[in-house]
Design a protein around this ligand. Structure first.
Ligand code: FCX
Length: 461
């Protein structure tokens, strides 16, 4: 089976030729105008960034290489049914994004999975990294621990080493970027496992890495929610539930990989990377952005919000009480977490795919009052937010469902949930970083303006 690197190498001449021709032919064509409001409102809607793998349509949601999420779910290989299933392997998506749209065979996905396993050197973090992470204060925010973990791994960057010793040139930047990116992605399960064990098990391992298993399976294993878990105190799940949890993890990791380029985690990785910064440093910056409550941390906020609301209403089925609770929240100038989006103007298809996971297992979730509340909220929150009249998108986003499903299976540490998001998000922005190097994109440097300069621009004819 050909390796991912060979596949990319073969694509480069044709893709770069297309890219360069396009740039040459259309370089002076105007495609957007920038208003004062867009400068003062987080550059919302400015068409000013090149991003290859994903685009976000306000109504239909995310497309990966022009495939909708449901097309990905029927086309990308997974482990469940005849090579293709609704739950594809995140490794399949990694291949699909890195190759700019080539659908891998199951064999190629499994080979990539195996490649990632081998890159972990028997499932161990380098001893110095492990030691330093063990010494971090156990109460340190897990996203801070993750960012530190990546910075510690940076000493293994081939890009950084080879740039320093002068053996790289513009044509070969991408090769070490790919190498570093795959090594980084391979290490994410180990970092996640270490951080979760710091949080709940005094840094002692919760489970074992299994080199013959896939990336998602190993995340479940290393956080102690798996059949081979060393720790009996964490999950009391039946075999079927453990299997479902691994599938939920595969689904979650597959759908969170990317959400076009402008979101904070993707954009910060891209921006920092544009200074020829290596993948470890670049993605560590992305992670710092993901840790914000308006971005990746929202899933955790939703879990806290659902638990809190359930303790204040008589039943998750009482829609009137839910409505009153939401109005009360809004009157205190707080947001309804898991609702709204900067680009989407419809229900997030990623939310729908998580909801389908629940519907397919209705017995399992029948008695979970938090999952019921999450579902019933969809009947009330859009109406309330619409009447409230501020929010441009009153519909649920992916974070509305993700955390509470993990919670159901025993992952109770809400602060940790964004670490799992970060495992997934590595895939999109790092695939882009490889292509940034192939296309030779320059350092990003938008022009900033102070109020005086803006005033001059708006008053001059
Ligand atoms: N509840 C209450 N008010 C909301 C709201 C919500 N869920 N969503 C938006 N609003 C408010 C905004 O706070 C803003 O108020 P302001 O004028 O007083 O500042 C107004 O409505 C207009 O905001 P809008 O243009 O619709 O949304 P933005 O693009 O500014 O912000 C986010 C988008 C996602 C940040 C916003 O909808 C929000 O805070 N949602 C809740 C948090 C959340 O779920 N985040 C996850 C987003 C996503 F999935 C991700 O990127 O990870």
């Amino acid at each position: 089976v050909r390796s991912l690197k060979d596949e990319i190498k073969e694509l480069i001449p044709q893709k770069t030729q297309q890219f360069n021709l396009f740039r040459k032919k259309f370089k002076d064509v105007k495609i957007d105008t920038i208003t004062v409001n867009s400068i003062l409102s987080g550059m919302r809607g400015n068409k000013s960034m090149f991003w290859q793998g994903t685009t976000l349509d306000p109504i239909e949601g995310i497309r990966f290489n022009n495939f909708t999420l449901s097309q990905c779910q029927t086309s990308l290989p997974g482990l469940n049914q005849n090579n293709h299933s609704n739950i594809f392997l995140p490794e399949s998506m990694l291949w699909f994004l890195m190759t700019g749209g080539k659908i891998p065979t199951l064999q190629q996905s499994l080979q990539l999975s195996n490649d990632l396993s081998e890159r972990t050197k028997n499932g161990n973090l380098p001893p110095n990294v492990n030691n330093i992470l063990s010494q971090l204060p156990k109460k340190m925010h897990p996203m801070t621990q993750l960012s530190i973990g990546l910075l510690l791994l940076q000493e293994n960057s081939f890009f950084q080493k080879n740039y320093e010793n002068g053996t790289l040139n513009k044509d070969t930047y991408w090769e070490d970027t790919l190498e570093d990116s795959l090594n980084l992605i391979a290490m994410m399960p180990l970092l996640a496992g270490k951080i979760y064990s710091n949080m709940i098990n005094e840094g002692k391992p919760l489970g074992q890495f299994n080199p013959s298993k896939d990336w998602s399976y190993n995340i479940c294993s290393l956080i102690g929610i798996n059949k081979n878990s060393d720790s009996s105190n964490i999950s009391n799940l039946s075999n079927r539930q453990l299997e479902d949890f691994v599938n939920l993890m595969r689904l979650y990791l597959g759908i969170h990989v990317d959400h076009e380029g402008g979101n904070v985690s993707a954009h910060s990785t891209h921006l920092v990377g544009s200074a020829l910064t290596d993948p470890y440093l670049s993605y560590s910056s992305g992670i710092n952005g993901l840790a914000g409550p308006l971005h990746g941390l929202a899933a955790q906020e939703v879990v806290r919000f659902l638990i809190e609301m359930n303790s204040n209403i008589s039943s998750p089925k009482n829609l009137l009480e839910i409505e009153n609770y939401l109005w009360n929240l809004l009157s205190c100038k707080r947001v309804i977490p898991g609702y709204g989006h900067a680009v989407l103007r419809n229900t997030d298809p990623r939310f729908t795919s998580l909801l389908n996971f629940v519907h397919e297992r209705s017995q399992e979730f029948a008695n979970d009052s938090h999952v019921q509340l999450m579902q019933n909220l969809t009947k009330v929150a859009p109406k309330v937010l619409t009447e409230h009249g501020k929010c441009q998108n009153p519909y649920p986003n992916v974070d509305s469902a993700s955390g509470i499903l993990f919670y159901h299976y025993g992952l109770k540490q809400t602060l940790f949930m964004t670490v799992i998001f970060a495992c997934s998000r590595a895939i999109g922005p790092l695939s882009q970083l490889v292509w940034d190097r192939i296309y030779g994109l320059p350092i990003e440097r938008p022009k900033s303006l102070d109020l005086n300069s803006l005033k001059k621009l708006v008053t001059s004819p």
